[in-house]
Design a protein around this ligand. Structure first.
Ligand code: RB5
Length: 144
């Protein structure tokens, strides 16, 4: 499965760890590639556009808190980015919200927890049914 992944400088180390830890996935890394201070919206947009254009099935975006990059990601039409701090949130974001982007805060959670969150997110599927109706309503808001 192709996964678009992007971070700012604060998320760089976690981005590299995720790529190393999930070698079975094909990551499209949109940067950043150095520790030089940079702007998270640029990487949110780059990763999310890969998802929207169909190059990647899902995306992962990382900044210090996860807040800025998730807010930016959710500005891209068609993106449902979920900022998750535990495995339950990751699972529910797939099952109920059909999140197509996972957002993480590298300065908020430790590496082990981050990897467990990613694993749970990868291995949870959208349940559809009544949740589809709600996700469709999110799409309708975007049309207004
Ligand atoms: C960068 O210092 C920091 O502001 C950014 O990584 C993120 O936490 C913003 O929401």
């Amino acid at each position: 499965m192709k996964i678009a992944i992007g971070s700012d400088h604060a998320g760089l180390k976690l981005k590299e760890l995720i790529k190393k830890s999930f070698e079975e996935y094909d990551f499209i890394d949109v940067g950043t590639h150095t520790e030089e201070s940079c702007d998270y919206p640029d990487y949110a947009e780059a990763a999310c556009m890969k998802v929207i254009e169909g190059e990647a099935e899902k995306g992962i975006v990382i900044c210090g808190t996860g807040i800025g990059i998730s807010v930016a990601a959710n500005k891209v039409k068609g993106i449902r980015a979920a900022l998750c701090f535990n495995e339950f949130m990751a699972e529910m974001s797939r099952k109920h919200n059909n999140a197509n982007v996972l957002a993480l805060g590298a300065r908020v959670i430790g590496d082990d927890l981050a990897l467990r969150i990613v694993d749970r997110w990868f291995n949870s599927e959208f349940e559809g049914g009544r949740h589809q109706r709600r996700v469709d309503k999110i799409g309708k808001i975007e049309e207004k």
